[in-house]
Design a protein around this ligand. Structure first.
Ligand code: ADP
Length: 423
């Protein structure tokens, strides 16, 4: 199938969030974990490439994004989307601006927009200022982010040092007047050589106007919400007429496993709830993993009935995590847990598990790598930003969901399996 729309996402969670939103349209969406090694074959109309370049040195981020772009354009993508976080996570060096500028240059695009607004999740932009709920970005918890502390809320000011071209603003007054007014404003800005346009949006209707106005731009940039109207815009133009809506969900055997390496507050609640529901579970202790290795867990796993969907977790309270980190070192504790969960995923697959839930962003990266999964066909969302995905691992068809820390509600694990049953 020809690809119409190609997205480059700067991190794992951002990529799944975007893929889930595009898949709401019912058209086929593929999520690629990293840039595929081989040239495009059997691509979907919507392709998302997941990179991990949010906090990489600028030159690396730019080089990877360009390679991803080359793959997407050779797949036929008519429009490219550069996806970053809805809190505009970046520093004066980048990576939002430099990547956008490199992509523009490769595409021959003279202008692009920046729209991280996500009104459903409380991210809105007014007069160029980004709000997180009712707080300006620089007063939100993002002000203390360990890698990209956001100390200004004004996106025009934040973007300026990141790019060579001129930065401008299309404000809400214009956006509210609709697509024609936005288009005229973009054209007027282009006459003044304004290449980078921050664009206000406070509600979904604003996003519809913006998407419509910018439908012919070769490059769009922003958070996932701005892409919501795009599938319908492509469909209205007749570009999706030969694409099947509501792709068939493969029949996946019911043996299952839950692997949880996230220690976020929500994952702690999800693990507690799942155990309370009487599910078989095994708690990984990083200290005993360091001393005894995986054998005891593998023994336990071998004795489980996988149709009961057992849980293996290292999920722990902040106090417990701190104590472990003091003992083993932060990086060492993390890597023992990640590599153990990755090996356990492979062991569970070899024992017949075909429905796999993974909790934790980094954990998901380690597990997909170990399972040698490089492409996911995105299915229905279980919770906002967390879809079921379908893939093959060593020739086996597998349903996989990758849940980052705070996503989903307390009943997520059971809800996820129920969703597969109901499909
Ligand atoms: P999240 O999406 O919640 O951030 P991640 O998987 O990205 O989850 O990150 C959790 C990190 O914590 C991983 O590196 C993991 O290996 C580490 N970790 C998990 N359990 C423990 C534990 N009990 N003690 C110390 N570190 C842990």
């Amino acid at each position: 199938m020809a690809t119409l729309f190609g997205a480059i996402a700067d991190d794992f969670t951002g990529a799944t969030d975007l893929a889930g939103i595009l898949a709401r349209s019912g058209y086929p969406v593929s999520l690629r974990i990293g840039i595929p090694n081989s040239p495009p074959q059997e691509t979907s109309p919507f392709e998302v490439i997941m990179l991990k370049i949010r906090s990489e040195p600028v030159a690396n981020a730019v080089a990877e994004a360009r390679n991803a772009l080359a793959w997407l354009t050779s797949a036929g993508a008519k429009q490219i989307f550069w996806k970053y976080c809805s809190t505009f996570d970046s520093t004066p060096q980048g990576n939002i601006g430099p990547v956008a500028e490199a992509l523009m240059s490769d595409l021959g695009a003279k202008q692009t927009i920046y729209c991280p607004a996500f009104p459903e999740n409380g991210r809105s932009i007014f007069m160029g200022n980004l709000f997180v709920g009712q707080l300006p970005l620089a007063e939100s918890p993002m002000k203390d982010h360990p890698l990209t502390p956001m100390r200004d809320s004004n996106l025009v000011r934040l973007l300026r040092p990141q790019v060579n071209g001129k930065v401008g603003l299309i404000d809400r007054m214009t956006v509210a007047r609709g697509a024609e007014a936005i288009r005229a404003s973009c054209a007027a800005a282009l006459e003044q050589n304004v290449a980078h346009l921050i664009i206000d949006a406070v509600e979904n209707e604003d996003l519809n106007h913006i998407a419509k106005a910018c439908a012919d731009m070769r490059l769009l940039t922003g958070g996932s919400a701005i892409t919501m109207p795009l599938p319908q815009i492509f469909a209205d133009k007749g570009m999706l007429s030969d694409q099947k809506k509501g792709k068939q969900i493969p029949n996946i055997e019911p043996k299952a496993i839950v692997l949880s390496g996230s220690c976020s507050a929500m994952t702690n609640a999800q693990v507690t709830r799942y155990i309370a529901q009487g599910k078989p579970s095994y708690e990984l202790d990083p200290r005993s993993l360091a001393e005894q290795g995986l054998l005891p867990v593998l023994d336990w796993l071998g004795g489980q009935k996988l149709d009961e969907a057992p849980l293996i977790y290292s999920t722990a309270s902040p106090d417990k995590v701190r104590a472990t980190q003091e003992l083993l070192g932060k990086a060492q504790a993390g890597s023992i847990v990640e590599s153990s969960l990755a090996k356990l995923a492979v062991a569970a697959r070899d024992l017949g598990a075909r429905r796999i839930i993974v909790a934790g962003g980094e954990t998901s990266g380690a597990v997909t790598k170990a399972l040698q999964v490089d492409r996911l066909d995105v299915g229905p969302e279980i919770a906002a930003g967390v879809p079921w995905c379908f893939c093959t691992s060593q020739g086996h068809h597998i349903a996989l969901t990758l849940k980052s820390g705070n996503f989903g509600s307390e009943n997520f694990f059971s809800d996820a399996f129920k969703k597969l049953e109901d499909m």
